[in-house]
Ligand binder design. Structure first.
Ligand code: ADP
Ligand code: MG
Length: 276
């Protein structure tokens, strides 16, 4: 496969929250690297006879890897491809608390994640090319919650609202798009173990989609109808919008603790270049 179409898999091992013996995390894995791949064996230090799990990866990022190095190794090649005219996509996958938000968005200026660093790098490259190319960058930021997209860049309350009791018929209230029955949040079957009694914290049937956007298919592929697209001219602007969008996610977090494991957020940057 060429570099422009290759899918590559990286594993970032996060540092433990409570590190009794600094550096003790080294005992939980072994690595075996060759030229273009690495095998990581995960061990159970408390039980050496426990089955070992092996992962074959393109890149292994151990717990002491900095945010800058994660960007360099994982996302910078994607950004270079975008500047060369290819689409690129980076997906963070892992259980709640694994460090996806930390890795992609980050927390402070010093620990900013892949997305703000990608924006910085893209704008640096655009500046370098400004004598020969006119470039525009557009941004969207939304989350998928129970399979419905919610815009994180709109000023309205973009999150689903919590309705106590029975599901009501207000799906199309207050400017939200009326969703066909097939696109509404599913009512969980009674026998499905992860869910419990109606009205309890785990019951999702009373979360009514509000301001949910619709996913459509058009000549250019699948898109989210009505999603806000904002032209951005600097990495600072991208960071500010990420921050605001994350606050909107966080507001809803406090209303529903099951949400973080069921919601996925997507930062989208469209780079358009034309020769001068
Ligand atoms: P997720 O988004 O996968 O649920 P978070 O990114 O919110 O997980 O991370 C959970 C906690 O772990 C946060 O408090 C975050 O600061 C911390 N954390 C995650 N990864 C790292 C890391 N590589 N270094 C330091 N702290 C981390
Ligand atoms: Mg998260």
């Amino acid at each position: 496969m060429s570099q422009s179409s290759k899918v590559s898999v990286s594993l970032r091992l996060r540092p433990p929250e409570d590190e009794a013996v600094p550096g003790d995390w080294k005992k939980v894995y072994q690595t075996h690297a060759s030229d273009d791949e690495v095998i990581v064996t995960v061990l159970n230090p408390k039980d050496p006879s426990a089955p070992r799990r092996e992962y074959l990866l393109d890149t292994f990022l151990p717990p002491d890897t900095t945010q800058q190095d994660v960007f360099k190794q994982v996302a910078k090649p994607l950004c270079d491809n975008v500047i060369a005219g290819f689409n690129g996509c980076c997906i963070a996958y892992g259980q709640t608390g694994a460090g996806k938000t930390y890795t992609v968005v980050g927390e402070t200026e010093g620990t900013k994640g892949i997305a703000p660093r990608a924006a910085e790098y893209l704008f640096e490259q655009i500046k370098r090319n400004e004598h020969t190319k006119t470039t525009t960058v557009e941004m969207s930021f939304f989350e998928l919650y129970l399979e419905h997209p919610y815009d994180l860049l709109t000023s309205s309350d973009a999150s689903p609202v919590v309705k106590k009791g029975r599901q009501s018929r207000h799906d199309q209230d207050e400017g939200g798009i009326a969703l066909p029955a097939s696109m509404r949040a599913p009512t969980p079957p009674v026998s499905d173990k992860p869910y419990s009694a109606p009205g309890s914290a785990r019951d999702l049937s009373h979360y009514v989609p509000k301001h949910a956007l619709a996913v459509r298919e058009g000549p250019e592929g699948v898109y989210v109808e009505g999603l806000k697209v904002v032209e951005v001219t600097s990495a600072d602007e991208v960071s500010r919008m990420l921050e605001t969008g994350m606050t909107r996610r966080a507001t809803f977090d406090t209303r529903m603790n099951e949400r973080s494991s069921r919601s996925h957020s997507i930062v989208f940057l469209r780079v358009t270049q034309t020769s001068k």
